[in-house]
Design a protein around this ligand. Structure first.
Ligand code: GLC
Length: 797
């Protein structure tokens, strides 16, 4: 416990006694003797916002993170006054606010404490920059675990860690290194089988301390701005994550090709090199949908220009690549070269679009092109201008996606790696310094890019990828985890980062497969691709200064492994697309760490390696050299080994043997996994058949399949097809029911059904109550081909 003297020494100030309170619609205001106001707003029964000011008034309420289109509303709200405290009740939680010191405690309706202030809200006047450091401390509960916070390269469970949120160009970052590229000030607490979440929506530099400084205390603070956080009630982690994702927004469906495999390097040029790479993919029959042009495609690194020596006719090249199924994605950085001969620079100067220092001149910094100015993407007028710049790239040349990099923002040759703190930003009409705008800069750039690409790609869907991001960026863009390293440790980090990003509302993320810096061995590359095909975004990228990182830069085994796993990803595209739809529709994370999958099982709380891909596929990467298998934890349930068909029961550790061309993959029993044929790129083949991998279970299981036109917006008008499969397994029977919704007609009419684990020999088959003899369906070796749509398939032993 900190003593008063220590607090005085630290100069912290605390709210004093509540002197007044007033209720206004969904909010309650509490005023203290020393001008603190706490505003509590009930957004939903399970979502409560706490906002504090120490000045006696609130500044304009503005957030880039909150999705303004989300729906609000609660079922029940009651505010009562007792002798010592005020009580706010919703149908899900009870919140008490102490009259004495404004401290807060939140309980579930059964009276279990979910979250209690330790010191609660306090602050420190910072005379250095004129503002408050706003602080909050909560009492950590017994056995409490912590998850979330975006891209942190540390153990999945954050207990015992202190993390810092300040978007940073962290080249070749190390395990536990802080801070990194992204800022997601959201965590999930889990104790006594109950989960809750905190979203601290403050774009200044923030810190979170999870029992690191003091064993029983979790605290978070910001170097400016407001103490402004949202409490999210579970009790399931899935409730917390979906509510948080709802609050900060969900993306639209990506074009299906964006879920294919992407190939990148710094840099592929000239045109002949690009063509050589794409041709090799087709020759080796390794599926690939996207090819990237890194900074060297530009003329002297000037955004929106082309180096005509390397790329004499970009439109012709992009068209030719498209004819072979490749979508071209180009990089666009924020730094605009200071060059009086450069039209984009001149336009920005003429219209005053660049960020300025507090005392007037445009802020100048060095990036790839040398000295640059930087657009203020926090100004809506600048965003509109930026969006318009994509016309030529997208409409005229036919580029399909844009890659935003260096948008932390990164500046070279300065110790702080970014803008000076006095730089001014519009912040959508709430002018401020870089202290406040830094963490949001990259997101606003990606947002402006998204708006431009979307406008010119219409009626097709845009694809954007960003390196820096703040909560809510998922509404506009996918992301990657920045400049990692070709080491086994980084493979471990990549696995954790993707699970963490998924739980942080930003699921469409991947790592640079094989590592960006340094050279992977063939084995490391193979192990990375085996994991990477199970990440929502799947791209090989490397800095290219150490040799090549295309699959054929390694030996024959690696080529075969890459083909095998990338082909598996393409077969699983309908499953992956369905996962994505669940994310878009309900905010459900695409990757589920074991703790998310089964929070009741305390064995899962510190697991890092295993995760569930979607709802029904358990994956565990091989993270060490020379492995012929590994120990792993199998979570609750019965699981089919994907390679052997053998069933294992969960809630235990197991040794899983695997060959070099395998990693542990398990399918949940009862699952129906849809597969498309292997294609070299999305849309390569017109197929009249879908495969359903059916995993027998004694009991019931539900599976989903979402499909639409794979691009465009008709799905918003009901042109989608959502199939719910119900599997009912009995001792000598298996029933598969299909229910379809939506107005989209799939191109296929046949079902190839592969039956796994049937405990009986098939004697009879009935299709929609019609008996069919086994000779009439192609039935062989537990594979069944049915050439018409059906509601119920009855397989009888
Ligand atoms: C940064 C990016 C990297 C890119 C390079 C050159 O390091 O993180 O992905 O290849 O810049 O543009």
């Amino acid at each position: 416990m900190i003593t008063n003297t220590e607090l005085e020494y630290k100069g912290d100030l605390f709210p004093t006694r509540i002197t007044a309170f007033q209720k206004e619609v969904d909010s309650v205001y509490f005023h203290t003797d020393n001008s603190v106001i706490l505003k509590v707003t009930v957004l939903r029964d399970s979502l409560i916002r706490f906002r504090y000011t120490t000045k006696g008034y609130f500044n304009n309420d503005f957030s880039y993170a909150i999705d303004k289109t989300q729906s609000h509303g609660y079922n029940f709200l009651e505010v009562t006054e007792e002798a010592e405290a005020y009580i706010i009740k919703t149908s899900k939680v009870v919140c008490t606010i102490q009259k004495e010191d404004l401290r807060i405690a939140i309980f579930d309706t059964e009276g279990n404490a979910l979250l209690e202030d330790e010191l609660g809200f306090h602050w420190e006047e910072s005379y250095e920059f004129g503002g408050n450091i706003v602080k909050m401390s909560k009492a950590a509960k017994e056995g409490e675990s912590y998850y979330g916070l975006g891209d942190k390269a540390t153990h999945l469970n954050l207990k015992g860690k202190r993390v810092e949120n300040w978007a940073t160009d962290q080249y070749a970052f190390q395990k536990d290194q802080e801070p990194l590229y992204k800022v997601v000030p959201f965590y999930i607490g889990l104790h006594h089988k109950t989960a809750y979440g905190i979203f601290f929506d403050n774009t200044f530099r923030t810190f979170f301390d999870f029992c690191h400084e003091r064993r029983n205390v979790t605290s978070f603070w910001a170097e400016g701005g407001e103490m402004n956080y949202y409490f999210v009630y579970g009790p399931q982690m899935s409730d917390v994550v979906t509510t948080y994702t709802h609050l900060t927004g969900k993306p639209e469906m990506p074009p299906l090709w964006a879920l294919g495999y992407h190939q990148c390097k710094w840099s592929y040029y000239p045109e002949s090199k690009v063509k050589e790479v794409t041709a090799k993919f087709r020759e080796l029959q390794i599926p690939c949908d996207a090819i990237y042009l890194d900074i060297d495609y530009m003329d002297g690194f000037r955004c929106f220009t082309w180096n005509k020596d390397y790329f004499p006719d970009p439109k012709r090249m992009v068209d030719e690549l498209a004819a072979d199924g490749f979508k071209t994605v180009v990089i666009i950085d924020p730094g605009i070269k200071i060059d009086k001969e450069y039209s984009i620079y001149n336009e920005a100067i003429a219209n005053d679009y660049f960020c300025k220092r507090a005392d007037g001149p445009y802020m100048k910094g060095k990036v790839w092109p040398g000295e640059c100015n930087f657009p203020d993407y926090t100004n809506p007028v600048v965003r509109e201008w930026w969006a318009g710049l994509f016309k030529e790239l997208i409409s005229d040349i036919g580029v399909k996606g844009v890659w935003n990099d260096m948008n932390e923002p990164a500046v070279m040759e300065v110790p702080g790696k970014t803008f000076p703190m006095d730089v001014r930003h519009d912040y959508d009409g709430n002018p401020c310094s870089h202290r406040k705008a830094h963490n949001i800069y990259g997101t606003q750039m990606a947002r402006a890019t998204y708006e431009g690409v979307k406008r010119f790609a219409y009626p097709k869907r845009p694809f954007i990828i960003t390196r820096s991001a703040y909560s809510g960026a998922q509404r506009y863009t996918s992301s990657w985890t920045g400049d990692n390293v070709a080491t086994w440790e980084h493979l471990w980090i990549a696995n954790i980062q993707m699970q963490r990003m998924s739980m942080s509302g930003m699921g469409f993320t991947g790592s640079d497969i094989g590592g960006f810096a340094e050279q992977p061995s063939g084995e490391l590359y193979a192990r990375w691709i085996q994991l990477g095909v199970f990440h929502p975004f799947c791209r090989t990228h490397s800095s290219g200064d150490h040799g090549d990182q295309e699959p054929w830069s390694f030996d024959e085994d690696v080529i075969n492994i890459t083909r095998k796993f990338v082909s598996l990803r393409y077969q699983l595209l309908p499953y992956l697309y369905t996962m994505f739809w669940q994310y878009v529709n309900e905010g459900v994370p695409m990757l589920k760490p074991l703790v998310y999958y089964d929070q009741e099982d305390t064995q899962t709380h510190y697991r890092t390696d295993e995760f569930i891909f979607g709802d029904q596929i358990l994956v565990c990467p091989i993270l060490e050299a020379n492995s012929l298998g590994r120990r792993m934890y199998i979570p609750t349930g019965n699981w089919y080994n994907y390679w052997t068909g053998e069933i294992v029961s969960g809630r235990k550790e197991a040794w899983v043997a695997t060959d070099y061309d395998q990693i542990p993959i398990f399918i949940k029993e009862g699952a129906i996994i849809p597969k498309y044929p292997v294609q070299q790129y999305v849309g390569e083949k017109q197929f009249d058949e879908i495969t359903l991998e059916v995993y027998y279970k004694l009991g019931k299981e539900k599976s989903m399949l979402y499909e639409d036109a794979q691009d465009g917006y008709d799905y918003n008008k009901g042109r989608y097809s959502l199939t719910t499969f119900r599997l009912i397994g009995k001792e000598d029977q298996l029933i598969i029911q299909q229910h379809k919704e939506g107005k989209f007609d799939t191109a296929y009419a046949k079902f190839r059904i592969n039956l796994h684990g049937l405990p009986f020999k098939v004697k009879k088959i009935q299709l929609d109550n019609e008996k069919i003899t086994l000779d009439n369906v192609a039935f062989d070796n537990n594979t069944l081909v049915i050439d018409k749509d059906f509601n119920e398939l009855h397989i009888i032993g």
